[in-house]
Design a protein around this ligand. Structure first.
Ligand SMILES: [Zn+2]
Length: 391
């Protein structure tokens, strides 16, 4: 829900490629993958020139760096196509995936599904390449007619095989501390998917996991790609890994700009009159996450984010009450005066009072900041809901 506002600059891009290339190993292995990446991109060029143009821009940028930073470049480096794959933007990777599904997967699945129906297997429809791979794995030992059908290669199997080793290479990221490097570099402190859990390194231990935004077993060509590795909390990473939906990546520009975490009185609840305790507020509200973006909606659903937020109604009730109190001009003057008398600057008062950051650009620094920010914005837009609820 919070975007990761980080881009690799020239030096960091080179540093990242260096780390990965060391893992890939010998110049022969590097050259092999450089050629494979080039081959992969060329297959795109044949069908989608606009998309190929976007890929080529990254390759041109990398070639430019090799001239601009000769001292930083290893003697063995001239693997622009491999480096392009390692540093492609999320948006471009997502477009490539949709290209792959359209031209390399779709027909194959239609054919296999048709064959299954012809053989009387009506309830076994394959829905995606990931589904095909899972079922091949599950049915391999058992065999049977359906396995015979689905074990027939489809077009994408060849492309997939070219990059299958990237998954094994990625497995070495932990021992080489590349995952920790990514977390430190991006400055992610709180999981960008949920804004609920801290993620950072504790000396040699990483508490953040890297989520492959595009599933590595389905799309191994991006298993090592920087912007495909999203520092995230174990819960989000775990839940998301089982999801096939098309979701939003925290690296995408402004993708989360219209998400709002909102509270509503429960349908059964009445307005709270007179004196009430925090537990009463807690028991009478629910959290709803609202967005007009379908991808973000998929994030919310696939990662059960509303359920997660509704586990924090105690905190929500405190924020709700703080908002109501702070936004009231009389009590705000009193609160401000109290803090000013303590020597706290005006800029810091809201942070002290709410126990979190309210500025949009700082929401990634503390769990639940997004919810606090959204409650305050909601109140500013209209206080009616608050006034009706807390009479
Ligand atoms: Zn999370």
């Amino acid at each position: 829900m919070i975007k990761i506002d980080y881009r690799l600059n020239a030096e960091k891009l080179i540093a990242y490629c260096d780390k990965v290339e060391k893992l890939i190993g010998t110049p022969i292995a590097l050259e092999k993958y450089n050629k494979r990446c080039n081959y992969f991109f060329k297959t795109i060029e044949k069908r989608d020139l606009v998309l190929y143009g976007q890929i080529k821009r990254q390759t041109d940028y990398i070639c430019g760096l090799q001239h601009a930073y000769p001292k930083l470049i290893n003697s063995v480096r001239h693997y622009a196509h491999l480096e392009t794959a390692l540093t492609l933007d999320t948006e471009v990777m997502v477009k490539i995936i949709s290209h792959v599904k359209k031209y390399f997967v779709k027909d194959g699945l239609i054919k296999l599904n048709h064959e299954a129906v012809t053989q009387g297997l009506k309830n076994s429809k394959l829905t995606s390449y990931g589904d095909l791979r899972k079922r091949r794995g599950r049915l391999k030992a058992k065999g049977g007619t359906f396995y015979k059908i689905i074990s027939k290669p489809i077009l994408y199997d060849c492309l997939h095989a070219l990059f299958a080793e990237f998954i094994e290479i990625y497995a070495k990221f932990v021992s080489q501390k590349i995952n920790q490097w990514i977390v430190d570099e991006t400055g992610v402190r709180v999981c960008p998917y949920c804004n609920l859990a801290y993620v950072y390194n504790r000396e040699k231990h990483a508490t953040a996991q890297l989520d492959h935004f595009l599933n590595k077993s389905e799309y191994p060509m991006f298993a090592l790609s920087f912007y495909n590795l999203v520092p995230s909390c174990p819960a989000c990473n775990h839940i998301k890994s089982d999801s096939d939906g098309e979701m939003a990546s925290p690296y995408e520009k402004d993708v989360f700009s219209d998400v709002v975490i909102n509270w509503y009185p429960k349908q059964s609840s009445k307005s709270l009159h007179g004196k009430w305790e925090l537990t009463e507020i807690e028991n009478n509200i629910e959290i709803v996450i609202e967005t007009g973006n379908n991808q973000v909606q998929n994030n919310v659903q696939n990662m059960a984010l509303e359920t997660a937020y509704n586990k924090h109604l105690d905190y929500a009730s405190e924020v709700l009450l703080k908002t109501q109190t702070y936004m009231n001009s009389e009590s705000q003057a009193l609160i401000k005066k109290t803090f000013q008398d303590m020597g706290i600057t005006n800029e810091d008062i809201e942070r002290y009072y709410f126990g979190g950051y309210l500025e949009a650009e700082a929401l990634h620094k503390r769990p639940l900041s997004k919810m606090t920010h959204d409650f305050v914005s909601d109140y500013k837009a209209s206080s009616k809901k608050y006034d009706d609820f807390l009479k």
